[in-house]
Design a binder for this molecule. Structure first.
Ligand code: IDP
Ligand code: MG
Length: 151
């Protein structure tokens, strides 16, 4: 088991639909530690850097418009296998196909309004955390329940 940090963005639809608390609660209850969290309006420049891998795809312009349209919440979470655990909790990219019990499967119904981004690997997480947070914003601390979340 590797203790990892992963990056999550609660997209503008999550904020506008007042789902931030419900989503963060799931991560906290799972045992994932909040290392950093802030409300932020993603700029076009940041969106194009952050979604560089999708540049040229037919949905790219709509994706940038969506993500820059209103505030988002940027989060860094830490825990064992945090990258894979968060991806599983998010569910499939297309919310219409996401399993009930996942965030997208419980709260979303379209691919273009799928509420949440989560890093797909540890190197991607490092890059994305660096795009959204300064090193001093990432806090090191122990949660009081850690001895009961981990053996
Ligand atoms: P992921 O968010 O599950 O990692 P990616 O394939 O990395 O999925 O796509 C990034 C984001 O681009 C998706 O979360 C979604 O917002 C958007 N997106 C991906 N494919 C489509 C599409 O076919 N139509 C509209 N938006 C899409
Ligand atoms: Mg992705």
């Amino acid at each position: 088991m590797a203790r990892e940090r992963t990056f999550v963005l609660l997209k503008p639809d999550a904020v506008q639909r007042a789902l931030v608390g419900a989503i963060v609660e799931r991560f906290e209850r799972r045992g994932l530690k909040l290392v950093a969290m802030k409300t932020t309006k993603v700029s076009r420049e940041l969106a194009e850097t952050y979604y560089l891998e999708h540049k040229g795809k037919p949905f790219f312009a709509a994706l940038v418009k969506y993500i820059t349209s209103a505030p988002s919440v940027a989060i860094v979470l830490e825990g064992d296998e945090a990258v894979a655990v968060v991806r599983k909790m998010m569910g499939k990219t297309n919310a219409a196909e996401a399993e009930p019990g996942t965030i997208r499967g419980d709260f979303g119904i379209q691919i273009g309004r799928n509420l949440i981004h989560g890093s797909d690997s540890v190197p991607t997480a490092k890059r994305e955390i660096g795009l959204f947070f300064a090193p001093a914003e990432l806090l090191d601390y122990a949660r009081v329940d850690e001895a009961w979340v981990y053996e």
